[in-house]
Ligand binder design. Structure first.
Ligand code: HEM
Length: 291
């Protein structure tokens, strides 16, 4: 009883706030051109559909509050005012022969991006069922992978897509790097984007490695042993690297938790940020096509 009273009270308050806001808008807010246009069109007998009317009304409602039109105009002006034609590539500068047959290779960066999106989606689904525990026999990590593979509906398909898209992405990123190198697109003014690309290549491989350890099966254990030995063998910072990556200088159950954190938190944040900056620079500078 008391719950429904509270609920009705809450709804009444919301209704009063909405009504008050709308009344305020009618009285004070000057930016109502669209709304007026909607009313005029409807009154004139021309009549627009309910869908269009609702959309325009919602747009006008948002615009009076967030000035969408102004920001849209500002970003459009910024887009057109940017100096988007950058210096030519070495292919253009040195009048190299037209290499139009390389054009299909220009989609490799886009393919890498698409692979990353697929990995984020399938990885998120896997993350719902995966348990990052390395202790016990079988370990929770291994048991959860077994569950995903044998019992979860479509689990093995999601895992397979995640697995194969990883291979695909590593190959695409590597070939994209080759394309950039052989078309000389890494040169002035694109040096910074090349360096960001180098970081992306490294993180993509590290993504693959950290994911490889997560099932904590014999393969993962073997790869982790190699990894921790490599880390320990690093001069000066070896033990520190081993601790940061594997939770200690000897291989324990902690490696799974560390790799999980790296795989689902650190790397996604880093790679997403770098990809955004990478693509923003491509947008600003334009693609260095062979001319
Ligand atoms: C996650 C990995 C990566 C993604 C998603 C990505 C995405 C892209 C995209 C969509 C473009 C536009 C042109 C094209 O598609 O070819 C591009 C251009 C470029 N990328 Fe990447 N890239 C990645 C990794 C790399 C790597 C590893 C390098 C080099 C070490 C690199 C260096 C560059 C450079 C220099 C350009 C400008 C090329 C031009 O203007 O012709 N990228 N990238």
């Amino acid at each position: 009883m008391i719950e429904s009273v509270v609920l009705w009270l809450f709804l009444a308050i919301i209704l009063v706030i909405v009504a008050f806001t709308l009344r305020k808008e009618r009285e004070e807010v000057p930016r109502k051109e669209i709304l007026r246009a909607v009313q005029t069109t409807t009154a004139g007998g021309g009549g627009i559909g309910l869908l269009e009317k609702s959309f325009l009304w919602a747009f006008s409602w948002m615009d009076t509050r967030f000035r969408i039109q102004d920001y849209w105009a500002m970003s459009r002006d910024a887009y057109y005012s940017m100096h988007r034609q950058m210096p030519l590539t070495h292919a253009a500068k040195y009048k190299l022969r037209i290499i139009w047959y390389w054009y299909p290779l220009y989609c490799l960066g886009g393919i890498s991006f698409l692979a990353f999106i697929i990995l984020v989606i399938t990885g998120t689904i896997l993350g719902i069922y995966y348990v990052p525990g390395g202790m016990g026999d079988p370990t929770p990590a291994y048991a959860s992978m077994e569950f995903i593979m044998t019992q979860l509906p479509f689990g093995y398909i999601i895992r397979s897509i995640h697995h194969w898209t990883t291979h695909f992405m590593v190959a695409a990123v590597f070939l994209h790097m080759c394309r950039v190198y052989f078309t000389g697109a890494y040169r002035n003014p694109r040096e910074l984007n090349w360096l960001i690309g180098v970081a992306l290549m490294f993180f993509t491989i590290f993504f693959g490695y950290s994911g490889y350890l997560l099932p904590w099966d014999a393969l993962a254990f073997g790869a982790a042993t190699i990894g921790i030995n490599m880390a320990n063998a690093t001069p000066l910072i070896g033990p520190w690297v081993a601790t940061a990556m594997f939770g200690g200088s000897t291989l324990t159950y902690q490696a799974v938790t560390r790799m999980y954190f790296i795989h689902v938190f650190i790397l996604p944040v880093l790679v997403t940020t770098l990809i955004i900056v990478h693509l923003f620079i491509v947008w600003v500078q334009g693609v260095a096509e062979p001319h």
